[in-house]
Design a protein around this ligand. Structure first.
Ligand code: SF4
Ligand code: SF4
Length: 456
């Protein structure tokens, strides 16, 4: 108990409580936020690294592809792309409205790496102070700075590599990195990103969240009086306050703020570490902590299980129910779009620069019409496309053999369909071109017209 760091009480408040012998156990700590946050940070870091490598999410700019949840969307599939981005945007907005800035506190890469940089700097300082006792204070400071900047530089190159992998295929990027390519767009972007990340984590860190990040400012507009916040609740000034002014909640705060001043400080990222700190300190006196996650300034504490399950998970009014319904609508629409999407896109159109042509071969004359087929294999395995004719008696198609396409390959072919002049009535004849793509047996029929001369 002697290691509790009590600061001087504020004027007008009672002196800090002395730790008293507690009968039974101290009040139970609600949640080890620090430990859980670090675990979530680690999981998020792994996800951040893995996503582009397994094409779970990547906007491949050179190839003009958007990889999402295992699907490879082409840039001309604008509808699905737009819907996917809208869904992601809406999901972030809905999460902010319901749960405040939990993304900032638990999942944001800027916060994760800023805290990691702070932790590495602290450890380096302790290590060099312990091992370098023969060095002067200035030499030790220089050693800390040199080793910190070296580690930050290496980490910046790695993080820039992962970040650029969200836009450029990782194997291409690695090859450019290995030959130190500073001429291509990918190489220049990698170098510039490494420099920005280095400056960010060497000098800026959490200042970025306080001064630059638009999401923090946006949060102020998205939240309302039922949004999850971190709130300090104590008795009124007239009564005897329970806060012992130990300021541990301030010391553990990564953003360097005092949550007791207001729950609506722009810097607060709702990480919950001050909750754990206060629980720990007051728990030693057998008391409950004074800082909580609450549903708005006047709402109940999150751990209050008296309410219904829907209230407990944050669905507290009609507005929230509508937001969740819209989100589900987006999610189901996106799922339907993705499941209906053809892996092999086929387009067939007539080439009408000449309506028809007549070709003689020996004693036989045939009427020819020209068509164009455009095929895009939008998957990472080879595909085969077979075309056939429906409703055009006596006709033959030039593309009688299946078209072979490699992974992600596009092909355009001009081909003729021909018939003997006596096989069809003169003028316009309606028929269909049937396409069947393998694997997947995706079939489409295109309505077409075949034109024959009127004086056959
Ligand atoms: S005040 Fe508490 S919840 Fe807010 S950032 Fe600081 S430690 Fe996290
Ligand atoms: S709110 Fe809790 S942690 Fe913060 S100063 Fe008061 S007693 Fe200490």
């Amino acid at each position: 108990m002697s290691n509790i760091d009590h600061s001087q009480p504020r004027p007008g408040t009672r002196p800090a409580l002395k730790p008293v012998p507690i009968e039974g156990r101290p009040a139970k700590r609600r949640m080890a936020f620090h430990r859980y946050r670090k675990l979530i940070h680690l999981i998020c870091l792994l996800i951040f690294i893995i996503l582009p490598f397994f094409n779970v999410m990547r906007f491949d700019i050179p190839r003009q592809r958007f990889y999402f949840a295992g699907y490879e969307l082409w840039i001309n599939e604008f509808g699905i792309l737009f819907f996917t981005l809208l869904f992601l945007l809406y999901a972030i907005t809905a999460a902010s409205m319901l749960y405040g800035r939990v993304y900032c506190g638990f999942m944001c890469p800027q916060m994760i790496f800023s805290e990691a940089a702070n932790g590495v700097e602290d450890r380096l300082r302790r290590l060099i102070n312990r091992r370098g006792s023969r060095l002067s204070v200035k030499q030790r400071q220089l050693a800390v700075i040199a080793s910190l900047y070296t580690l930050t530089g290496l980490a910046s190159v790695f993080l820039a590599f992962v970040f650029i992998s969200y836009f450029v295929e990782p194997r291409d990027l690695l090859q450019r990195l290995l030959i130190f390519d500073l001429k291509s767009a990918g190489g220049i972007a990698g170098a510039a990103t490494s420099l920005i990340i280095f400056l960010d984590f060497a000098f800026l860190r959490q200042r970025f969240c306080k001064l630059i990040c638009p999401y923090g400012y946006l949060q102020g507009m998205l939240g309302d009086n039922h949004t999850l916040i971190v709130h300090y609740r104590d008795k009124s000034v007239e009564e005897e306050r329970d806060c012992i002014e130990c300021r541990k909640c301030v010391r553990v705060c990564h953003m360097g703020i005092d949550i007791r001043k207001s729950p609506f400080q722009i810097e607060c990222i709702h990480c919950g570490e001050c909750i754990e700190a206060c629980d720990e300190i007051l728990g030693r006196f057998g008391k409950e902590g004074l800082i909580h996650y609450t549903w708005g300034e006047h709402g109940e504490v999150v751990t209050d299980r008296q309410r219904s399950f829907l209230h407990w998970i944050g669905l507290r009014d009609a507005k929230r129910a509508v937001v969740i319904l819209v989100l589900l609508f987006y999610a189901s629409g996106l799922t339907v779009f993705l499941s209906m999407r053809d892996n092999v896109m086929v387009q067939v159109s007539p080439v009408r620069s000449t309506l028809f042509s007549l070709e003689e071969s020996g004693t036989e004359i045939r009427v020819h019409n020209t068509f164009r087929v455009t095929v895009a294999n939008r998957q990472s395995r080879p595909a085969e496309l077979r075309l056939s004719l429906v409703g055009l008696p006596g006709a033959s198609i030039e593309l009688s053999q299946p078209l072979q396409l490699g992974a992600n390959e596009s092909v355009e072919k001009i081909f003729d369909i021909s018939v003997p002049p006596t096989a069809l009535p003169s003028g316009v004849n309606h028929f269909e071109i049937a396409s069947v793509a393998q694997p997947g047996d995706e079939s489409v029929n295109f309505k077409m017209t075949f034109i024959t001369p009127s004086n056959k």
